[in-house]
Design a binder for this molecule. Sequence first.
Ligand code: IMP
Length: 198
Amino acid sequence: MKRIVVASKNRNKIREISLALDSMGIEVLSLEQFDVPEAPETGDTFIENVYQKSYFYVKLIGLPVLSDDSGLVIDALEGAPGVYSSHFAGVGASDKDNIKRVITLLNNKKLKESGAAFKCFMMLTFPDLKGYWSQGELKGKVITKPRGAGGFGYDPIFIPVGDLRTLAEYTIDEKNRISHRGRALRKLVGILKGEADV
Ligand code: IMP
């Protein structure tokens, strides 16, 4: 395997994955380099979405495809926003809108915080449809007073276990070391390194 396509146009994600696979001599390509339609993402679970994206692009492009799906799971909201994290406050919602909706729902329950976790599922699929998958998790809690200017998504309301800072108060390197995506990626790299024929 010399080249893989990451099923995303998010440049931060592409950079993070390139860094991890660089030492294996693998070139990472972005979806931006291909003229392909957007894959459907209609699953009710992270795994369904990851499978859907992988198979859609591997069949169209004919190169190994790495896809991922992640989101925030909040205990007091029965696992919401989960797979709906990117558009929790509606189609086209901004990160601020989504955070506001979480805070409103926690306020309605008279809660100032709740246990929560970021989850990431990742899958590398080959043109012969052989696949490898991994997952990563970051446990912590969500709060109702956003803090910090870094990161994206729900970072301003998420505090990792054992810390007092929100993820939006972390540097990018610090976040990558502990993040759900970083963990899933390192596990996948570990699996690939152990596979002689990959
Ligand atoms: P994706 O599957 O990586 O595109 O993530 C889906 C959504 O989950 C994002 O749009 C964010 O709302 C949320 N999310 C995923 N990862 C993170 C993170 O590291 N910090 C904050 N929010 C995240």
